[in-house]
Design a protein around this ligand. Structure first.
Ligand SMILES: [Zn+2]
Ligand SMILES: [Zn+2]
Length: 85
């Protein structure tokens, strides 16, 4: 940790200004995680994307069993059952 108060711990930007943040919540998030507004946008957008990708298989509970069958349906590789997207 450096003594500088305006560094983003994520991208290293030294131009972090209070007025850059969208709202009080984002400023608070910066005081906790040291991420500038841009990094927060990317960070929380990523979390949402992962949410849909890392859906647990309803048949076996695995996160990586899916395979696409000939008729373009997602199937559980362990049970061969169809998985609804
Ligand atoms: Zn940043
Ligand atoms: Zn499965």
């Amino acid at each position: 940790m450096t003594s500088s108060k305006s560094n983003c711990g994520q991208c290293g930007s030294d131009k972090v200004k209070p007025e850059d943040f969208a709202d009080e919540l984002s400023r608070k998030e910066y005081s906790i995680s040291l991420m500038c507004q841009r990094c927060q946008d990317v960070f929380f957008a990523d979390v949402e994307d992962d949410g849909t990708e890392e859906m647990a298989c309803p048949h076996c509970g695995s996160f990586s069993c899916y395979e696409v069958s000939d008729d373009d349906k997602l199937r559980c590789a362990f049970t061969g059952k169809e998985v609804d997207e």
